[in-house]
Design a protein around this ligand. Structure first.
Ligand SMILES: *[C@@H]1O[C@H](CO)[C@@H](O)[C@H](O)[C@H]1NC(C)=O
Ligand SMILES: *[C@@H]1O[C@H](CO)[C@@H](O)[C@H](O)[C@H]1NC(C)=O
Ligand SMILES: *[C@@H]1O[C@H](CO)[C@@H](O)[C@H](O)[C@H]1NC(C)=O
Ligand SMILES: *[C@@H]1O[C@H](CO)[C@@H](O)[C@H](O)[C@H]1NC(C)=O
Ligand SMILES: *[C@@H]1O[C@H](CO)[C@@H](O)[C@H](O)[C@H]1NC(C)=O
Length: 558
């Protein structure tokens, strides 16, 4: 229950839905006033009423709202009329807090079941990896698997299932392998072989929890094993199947630990034309691998260095902030000479400033990384690195972009000396695979600490069953050699539908105008009747907050 523990009903303890707005307003006003006072006090504004006085105002406002509310709803009259009908009938005030607590308890129980199922799968997978001996000579015929793409329309092996909204076969799991990966590749075949051991646990989980949706394992080598078996469906049948499990948000978040990332873009004159275009798309792809647990900012450098947007410090990598970065990156122009030293100095300074000044809740405790995009160069930056990064606490990843990369031996040395990675991205086509590589490096420290976090995604539209789902994930490690050489082998995931969670809503008490919603620790909506259901499936998880669904949304489905 790390992230989904706040369930609220917005009707509070009054028996009406039509005046929900007023109920909300009362809370909002009361919450805002002390906050205003707090911040003003800090700035020592003279002649401002003290906290106590403002509190009295707020209470007065609260009372008048309550009176107004009672008058408009005619609750007294209603109560009297009921009692006139029969002495036994009267209105009973509902206790909103208990309602919320009850629903939240029910949710916690249901989610606990999913997490237990997931844990069983991970234990089995880690066992199987440990028992398995890699066979470099493995042949296709040595492994039996069912490909999701091998199912035909109305395949007799699949039976329609109401819960999954499509044909499935609950006897085994089926496998998806990305287009660009050859099926007979030994890494894939070995992976398919050991992961076959998951099938009995998939089946057991499904039997124990009838509400359980998809269970799947996404492998670091690229395949995805899904239970129950079903036919692969692409989001857009016209386009080639671009699905690669390793690029799905749930996989990326499940496999990498939180980080503070500074993206440094070379905007010197040599970056014009194609180089610039590749860099912009690559930087945006990189941003798309980040999630709400990451903090990020984007800077440019040439003869000087500066931020690309109005953000002057690191911000949470949510959908809204990413949009701002995308626009800033699109607007970049090339010019001047490049100086990597100046860029790195800027980056180190800003990361240090952030580390020192940030609030407790800001930033990622685990990693600090600098991602540099450039077209190469021979400039030595050792003095800057020596000055700021002697202990190698900050990792530097270097991407050399463009078809005609300048000499880059120096860049490679810098990346290696900073526990990072050097990669060349010669063309547009290489962007997707190359950007992904850093995740492997950044997941290593998490593996060594044996740290595991249940990660919940926001609700998104599932392509396999056309339902709103959330995914809970855990990483799977290779614990061979007593944990000394751990590495990540993949991410295990289990889906939960919003329907299952909303079934626990106390509908009778909420009445026709009431509804429940749930937010996570970051304030993002987990479920809410106003959440848009159609989301582009290759897109980010939708990070909606209350203002999106309550204030900007005129058509909430009650
Ligand atoms: C909350 O749950 C308790 C115990 O399960 C039950 O007795 C009580 O009536 C519930 N309260 C509401 C308001 O649903
Ligand atoms: C791994 O090996 C142990 C000991 O031989 C065995 O008990 C266990 O069932 C095996 N696990 C898997 C998943 O094959
Ligand atoms: C699942 O597939 C197997 C073989 O592919 C078949 O024998 C079995 O009948 C199928 N199950 C269902 C429920 O159709
Ligand atoms: C696990 O790690 C060992 C040792 O590094 C390696 O030989 C083996 O192939 C790995 N297994 C998997 C499934 O990656
Ligand atoms: C563990 O990893 C290190 C570095 O990657 C390697 O040199 C070493 O041989 C590995 N040990 C085993 C037992 O695989």
């Amino acid at each position: 229950m790390s992230r989904v523990n706040e369930v609220m009903d917005s009707t509070s303890n009054r028996v009406t839905g039509c005046l929900k707005g007023i109920g909300l307003l009362i809370t909002v006003v009361i919450m805002i006033l002390p906050a205003v006072v707090g911040s003003l006090n800090k700035r020592l504004v003279p002649d401002f009423p003290d906290e106590n006085e403002v509190y009295q105002w707020a209470m007065k406002l609260d009372r008048s709202f309550a009176e107004l509310f009672d008058r408009i709803t005619g609750i007294e009259m209603l109560n009297k009329n009921y009692m006139k009908l029969s002495s036994k009938k009267k209105l009973i005030p509902l206790d909103g807090t208990t309602l919320v607590e009850n629903m939240s308890r029910a949710l916690a129980d249901a989610l606990k079941k999913k997490m237990d199922a997931l844990q069983r799968l991970v234990d089995q997978a880690e066992d199987a990896v440990q028992n398995y001996t890699y066979d470099p000579e493995i042949e296709r015929d040595d492994v039996h698997w069912v490909s999701m793409k091998s199912f035909m329309e109305n395949d007799p092996r699949l039976v329609y299932d109401k819960k999954f909204r499509k044909g499935v076969n609950k006897s085994y799991s089926a496998v998806h392998i990305p287009l660009e990966i050859y099926e007979g590749y030994p890494e894939i075949l070995n992976g398919l072989k050991w992961s076959a051991a998951l099938d009995p646990i998939f089946r057991k989980n499904a039997e124990e929890d009838k509400n359980l949706m998809w269970q799947y394992f996404g492998s670091q080598v690229g395949f995805m094993r899904t239970f129950p078996a079903n036919k692969w469906k692409t989001a857009n049948p016209e386009l080639p199947d671009l699905y690669d499990v390793r690029r799905r948000p749930w996989y990326v978040h499940g496999s990498s630990s939180p980080k503070d990332m500074l993206i440094l873009l070379d905007t010197s004159g040599s970056m014009h034309g194609q180089n610039m275009e590749i860099m912009k798309i690559a930087a945006k792809s990189l941003l798309n691998t980040l999630g709400v647990n990451d903090f990020v900012n984007v800077a440019w450098f040439s003869e000087k260095a500066g931020w690309v947007t109005c953000f002057k410090t690191f911000v949470q990598a949510n959908r809204r902030n990413k949009r701002v970065f995308f626009n800033g990156i699109d607007a970049l122009k090339d010019g001047d000479m490049a100086s990597l030293s100046i860029g790195l100095e800027f980056a180190f300074k800003e990361l240090k400033k952030f580390q020192e000044k940030k609030e407790d809740w800001e930033g990622a405790e685990c990693h600090q990384v600098i991602m540099v995009f450039t077209d190469g160069g021979t400039e030595e930056s050792w003095d800057v690195i020596e000055k700021w990064n002697k202990k190698k606490k900050i990792r530097i990843f270097l991407y050399a972009v463009g078809p005609h990369i300048l000499p880059y031996a120096t860049l490679k040395d810098i990346a290696c000396a900073s526990k990072g990675y050097f990669t060349a991205i010669p063309s547009m086509g290489a962007i997707r695979t190359k950007i992904q590589e850093y995740v492997k490096v950044l997941s290593r420290p998490m593996v060594l600490e044996g740290e595991k976090l249940f990660e919940w995604t926001n609700f998104y539209m599932d392509v396999m069953s056309d339902r709103m789902l959330t995914t809970v994930t855990l990483p799977v490690y290779n614990n061979t050699f007593n944990g000394k050489n751990q590495s990540i082998v993949g991410v295990m995931g289990v889906d939960v539908t919003d329907q299952e969670l909303r079934k626990m809503e106390p509908k009778a008490q909420l009445g026709p105008g009431g509804y429940s919603f749930c937010t996570d620790h970051d304030g993002y909506i987990v479920f809410h009747p106003g959440l848009p259901t159609q989301v582009d499936y290759l897109d980010d998880p939708p990070h909606y907050d209350l203002t999106d669904v309550e204030i900007n949304n005129k058509d909430i489905i009650y």
